[in-house]
Design a protein around this ligand. Sequence first.
Ligand code: ADP
Length: 621
Amino acid sequence: MGIYRLGIGCIIIVCVIAFLFFSVQRKQTAMHKIFACIIVTAIAHLIAELGAIYTLTHMDTVPEWLNRGAHQVFLILFLVIFYEVYLYMLALIQNESGETVRKNKWMIIPFVISMVGVLVLPINYYCEADGAYSYGPAVNIIYLSVLACVVSVAVYLMKSRKIMDSKKKKAITIALLSELGVGIYQFFDPACLLSSAGIVLLCIGFYLTVESPDNVLIELLQDEKKKVDDARNEAVIANHAKGTFLAHMSHEIRTPINAILGMDEMILRESAEGHIIEYAEDIKGAGELLLSLVNEILDLSKIESGKMEIIEVQYNISSLITDLVNMISIKAESEGLEFKVNMDKSLPAFLIGDDVRIRQILTNLLTNAIKYTHEGTVELTISGEVKEQTAHLRFSVKDTGIGIKEENLKNLFEAYKRIEEGTNRYVEGTGLGLNITMSLLNMMGSKLQVESTYGQGSEFYFELQQQIVENCSVATIEKESNKNIQQQKTESGFTAPNVRLLVVDDNRMNRKVFISLLKKTQMQIEEAESGYECIDKMKNTYYDIVFLDHMMPELDGMETLKRLKQLDDYPCKATPVIALTANAIVGAKKQYISAGFDDFLSKPIVYKELEELIMKYLKKD
Ligand code: ADP
């Protein structure tokens, strides 16, 4: 009766494990499937063992074939369970190394041979008061299979020990040791009937180490994490592709805009017919708008991909505001609005900061104020105070325009979001301006604030801390700049027939625009359509200044310059080389200067900038 009790106890334990295992939903992996088979086979095997013990202890009443049959079933199930355990351990190891279980199913051969052995080889029985068991060749062949299985898993485990998770290693080691221990004990003391306890031990070992609900949860979490990681990687790749596309598109679009605006500029200068000038003015307006849209999209993509940089340089706030006022007052005037500028003239003029971005922010706020104001005033105020070597500036743009409803204020800074789409349908815009402005200010450690009354007007304002370079006030500078303006007036429209200039660009239209813009200067302008031609010309002829395009097929501007710098001696060794590009990438200037260019001119070419650059690099005479 004691033997039955042990068997029944084992069955109950395995049933409890089965219940716990099947009550939790798991991933359909090979490992879990094999463990499910192990539990089911273990229960069948333990029941078969009880049957075999019964027939053995009742040999006088049970027919011989039935007793043998019961033992064969019990022994074959024993083999099946060990084969499954073997597969399970392989699945555990291979899960880590990424191989499939299928490849190593060759072990089925010794197991099948053993099964045939169980069916055909003789089985002997022992049944006395001290115990009942079977022995003989059919039983011994099972020991051989189990030994082969233990050895092959142990070898495999040794090979994969470095890549395996410690929990799985522990599970396999427990399984191997319990199989080995139980097998050896059972071999030398067959009457102990420890094999069922060994199988229970295996099931408990696997369940507690790798199959527990905690592990299932970890597995699920790892899966989720992998999904999130994959999605993030995909998003990063897509975003990168978008960024590259936009940078490329910017170049591709800016190049033809350059041609359109340049040619248009020529029409404006050379035509004397009123209606032609009118058409050309329209082309100019549309071209400039198109350019600003391309720039906005590009800026946003740069901000989103973290490529936007704040480049701090020394600048003159007085000239920044003067430029801005010149530009905005024309717009305000054409819309019939009054444009007021209040600037605290005691503020220091020379500061350190990103003037390009400050200009962009103010331009954006001022053009918005003009766009959304039908009548009245647009007012720009720059005030502030000086604390030690820092100027605490406050910029404000106030209008008497349509205003913004209280409930819309929270959506104001969202990208692509335009407020009151219906009313503003005919006002040009993308809904990107304020988002870009806000991001730029955040990058400068500031914040865009807004106060607005619907129907009465709005005020957009922000504060900036800028380091002071020298204690020279705006008022002092203004006197100086007045002198400069006078000087510039006399300088503009200069002629320089002795100057030799080389323009290098693969695009014929761009070269034509460039040459047309400088026609009145009477300079001797030569063209080169590739990097190779540029090197060739510069090796043989002297030029006073060279404009070299960056993006060219085969040999681009950077590479051309690099090759030129490697030359020992040539007539243009000291000639300034200016990078010419439609690539509006932030930090471009820095990039070109560090590549060895003397300066940088962005396309579409603004005539004033081109003229200024030539003036800067050519000797006065
Ligand atoms: P948009 O290109 O549409 O002007 P912005 O991001 O610059 O995009 O502005 C977002 C929205 O905020 C605009 O569509 C407009 O409805 C509102 N807005 C911006 N500035 C003003 C202003 N000064 N007065 C009234 N509404 C404004």
